[in-house]
Design a protein around this ligand. Sequence first.
Ligand code: NAD
Length: 284
Amino acid sequence: MAKIIDGKALSQKIKDELKQKVSDFEQKFGRKITLAVVLVGENPASQVYVRNKIKATEYVGMKSLSFYMPENSTEEEVSQTVLSLAKDDGVDGILVQLPLPKHINETKILNLIPADKDVDGFLAQNVGNLLLGEPCTIACTPFGVIKMLQSQNIELSGKNAVVIGRSNIVGKPMALLLLKENCTVTVCHSKTKNLSEVCKNADILVSAIGRPKFVTADMVKQDAVVIDVGINRTEQGLVGDVDFENVKEIASYISPVPGGVGPMTIAMLLENTYLCALRRNNIE
Ligand code: NAD
């Protein structure tokens, strides 16, 4: 039976450690580390995410600035908000909650965020630096997954890692991070043939697709480490991509949903905000 990787407990530990570091920063620089959050429209899931992010920001002693803009805001209005935050020296990180309403060009808005305030790690400069192995902000979710693996001292070097999903915010950076840890990485997606067989070869299996209970026990190698990034709202409540009940009998480690990668994503957002504040003050 697999050991459960408790993302909630680990995220709490990370946040509590950050509290001290954030307070040290305030002592040294005489101001609070500040994260600005921009939410456009009334998407209920986004409202919940933003609320949780703000709560966590304040928990670690950072200042949060929130900008709630109506659904019918123009691209120009959202641009002006982001540009003013970009110029504001008192702002360490800018988070534009996605998705933006359809009439607003997301890439155009995100590109107004300076790379050193890109706490989500979504900008080309950060993604490119991740690829090159240069200092950068790492996308929160895959960053959280690596921290979860490290928290259990799971040996990664030389292991076969399979990532299911190739999105820019999860699958691709996840694959790069596992490669950096010397895994042999395979990325699977909706066009992959023989997906089950590929997964069955994985020592480390990360699923980020968004299909409830898609990864079944017959796809998992005995004693594999299984990380479930998926968040799926079903009639049974929140479930991951992995058939947790059956897969946990085969895996050596498994992350649950909820209480796994989700809380880690928020903790890494705070970590990224802290790291951005340090880098902006020329401290590595
Ligand atoms: P996305 O929709 O952008 O990408 C999904 C990926 O899954 C695509 O690359 C697609 O090729 C692949 N895919 C879809 N169906 C497949 C199939 N049948 N077989 C193989 N591959 C398939 O999604 P995303 O933004 O990467 O998010 C993925 C999941 O992770 C979602 O459930 C999302 O809610 C969740 N998520 C969770 C967190 C967190 O904090 N826990 C953060 C981000 C995303």
